[in-house]
Design a protein around this ligand. Sequence first.
Ligand code: ADP
Ligand code: MG
Length: 154
Amino acid sequence: MQPMQVQLPDEHTHVAFGETLGRLLQGRGRLYLHGDLGAGKTTLTRGILRAYGHRGAVKSPTYTLIEPYALAGKRVYHLDLYRLGDPEELEFIGGRDVFADDALCVVEWPSRGAGWLPPADINLTLEVAEPGRRARLASATPRGAALLAALFEN
Ligand code: ADP
Ligand code: MG
């Protein structure tokens, strides 16, 4: 089996890969984005949202923590937990409803919600790798494993 990683040499490729992931997920499941500030998590999310018809910028939910989108009959939640003080805070900002919804949840800084967040279907880690970024992907559910097998089969 090939290693589940891709080199994203520039921002255009990065957004295009996000769009591929967005189509793959079909508006359902949990994709957790790991990586330092500036690694490209929000840029990837822009591509994911583009798969459902969202054009242009993505508001970083740095203070609201959760940004909901209704696109092409799908619901997508973009979470940025960087400023989450404690995983239990997710309770008070509507996290339970978000993760109970039959929707796609894209989470930046999932480590801030560790212990509260349900397991990801796919964990994706971004790091700076010249030129650009490298994305490493791993599944944590049967659906995630099937999705990654389809993504990397050729
Ligand atoms: P994060 O959300 O992880 O903090 P951002 O998505 O805001 O990071 O990206 C930070 C910067 O990295 C942006 O200026 C973006 O243009 C740039 N960037 C994103 N992906 C790539 C890439 N593959 N190659 C080069 N620059 C990139
Ligand atoms: Mg970000």
